[in-house]
Design a protein around this ligand. Sequence first.
Ligand SMILES: NC(=O)c1ccc[n+]([C@@H]2O[C@H](COP(=O)([O-])OP(=O)(O)OC[C@H]3O[C@@H](n4cnc5c(N)ncnc54)[C@H](O)[C@@H]3O)[C@@H](O)[C@H]2O)c1
Ligand SMILES: O=C(O)[C@H](O)COP(=O)(O)O
Length: 528
Amino acid sequence: MTYHILIADPLSDDGIQPLQEQEDMLIDMKTDLTSNELLEQIGKYDALLVRSQTQVTREIIEAAKKLKIIARAGVGVDNIDLNAATENGIIVVNAPNANTNSAAEHTIAMMMSLSRKIPQAYLSLKGKKWERSKYVGVELKGKTLGIIGLGRIGTEVAYRAKGQRMNVIAYDPFFTKEKAEKMGISYGTLEEVLQTADFITVHTPLLKNTKHLLNKEAFAMMKDGVHIINCARGGIIDEKALYDAIVSNKVAGAALDVFEEEPAIDNRLLELPEVIATPHLGASTVEAQENVAIDVSHDVVSFLHEGVVQNPVNLPSVPKEIMSKIEPYFYLAEKLGKFLSYLTDEVIDEVNIYYSGELANMEVAPLTRNTVKGLLKRYLGIHVNDVNALYLAERKGIAVHENKTSLTKGFTNLLTIEITSKSGKRSVAGTLLNGLGARIVKVDHYRVDVTPEGHIVFIYHHDQPGVIGKMGNLLGEHDINIATMQVDRADAGGDAIMLLKVDKPVKKKTLDALQQLNEIKSVKAINL
Ligand SMILES: NC(=O)c1ccc[n+]([C@@H]2O[C@H](COP(=O)([O-])OP(=O)(O)OC[C@H]3O[C@@H](n4cnc5c(N)ncnc54)[C@H](O)[C@@H]3O)[C@@H](O)[C@H]2O)c1
Ligand SMILES: O=C(O)[C@H](O)COP(=O)(O)O
């Protein structure tokens, strides 16, 4: 199989080496496609690599019938419709650590340029003027830097600002006084940061709750003559409010790398002499560009080849040590889910997954996704995957619950899945037997021992003499060879089940013929 890869924004040539080394990957580098051209062409690609420029909209995602992975060579994924990607089962990955240094250094460079008016003085001198008194700056030493958003970049900015002998105060919902003490900086609420800082820099993502975080009210709370820096995302600052705050001398100056609309050619903030700006260059260093491209290239290769990634955005990442423990159960979980989907034709209202024995001590979320994937696969086929399984279940009104119990019923590990529909509950349980692999060990309250693979004929019948022979004969007449057979019953002469492993798919006319036998209550062909 050959994978078609589209690189739609400029990426470092050295960085995409891991992709270029793959014999089964054909790479198209098309960095000046219009959105219409992208829409027309996206259908043939398995992977799409972008930076912040290409807008990966719902329309594009829905036209991307083969697309499996969208890789963002950088941090912010606000140019990608994540909901649409998740709904369509497309994994999104990014490179969250690779440009942290560059963005932090750019922030410090912008702050220093702002405080000493370097860009303005440079332009003046280039205009053949020698204006020494016009460009008097302020020192950073002893000033307070307020950081809003103390994640990867905010933290690096804090350490660098301390190097400038600034006092640092930060606000982040996950930041505490104890952490502040360890870092040698101050903790503040958002208001405290706004009220005490001489320089304010934002380092949050652009989210619903960070949109216009610095607005008219926020500027009103700040010290007169405050300086503002935004090397995170346009939109965190209300540009109109910033403009007014500069014109009214509340804000002494602003350094902006990002804008509400990019490219920001006609942005009126750029007309103000107090505003210095760069065209979204925070991550534009040789090192960062090489590193982001390497990170996402590795994820694209490992996802297309092995289904695993390091930096998923729309799927929780599982640490390697946890993954190595739960991976052997993936197969069992998916097969049990699929088996169970055949036991009812009714709408499923609820799924309960019981993890017992050693499974009860593990991080089981990926197994839950695999179980639900298996359950939905009978109807959704390739349209359900690890990325969208839980989303699709929720959309179909199926409540999924994880339960952990110590009851192992004699097994070292036991995975039990129970579905509830209008007419009641159905369940299946399986285990991993040391050295023997996966087994289905229980169907409803019947005990069995079946490998969860291949073609299975599942029969509910009355336990009575001769029934097994009759079924064997009938299957023989229909050219179906029985490989293994498992039978269990509630009581002698009562209800019973039979699981027949057969060598090939059983046709409808064979199932209909079995159903005609008096002893048979129901019969299903299960293909795992
Ligand atoms: N200019 C550039 O070229 C460039 C380069 C890299 C990253 N970025 C941007 O910088 C930003 C930060 O990136 P990062 O890697 O540090 O992300 P991160 O996820 O490590 O940190 C973001 C922090 O913001 C905090 N946060 C969220 N909502 C908040 C709120 N309402 N108030 C205060 N804090 C809040 C989070 O708790 C988190 O700690 C992102 O927007 C990213 O896209 C820009
Ligand atoms: O979020 C990011 O990583 C930065 O905004 C960098 O964007 P870029 O890859 O377009 O430079």
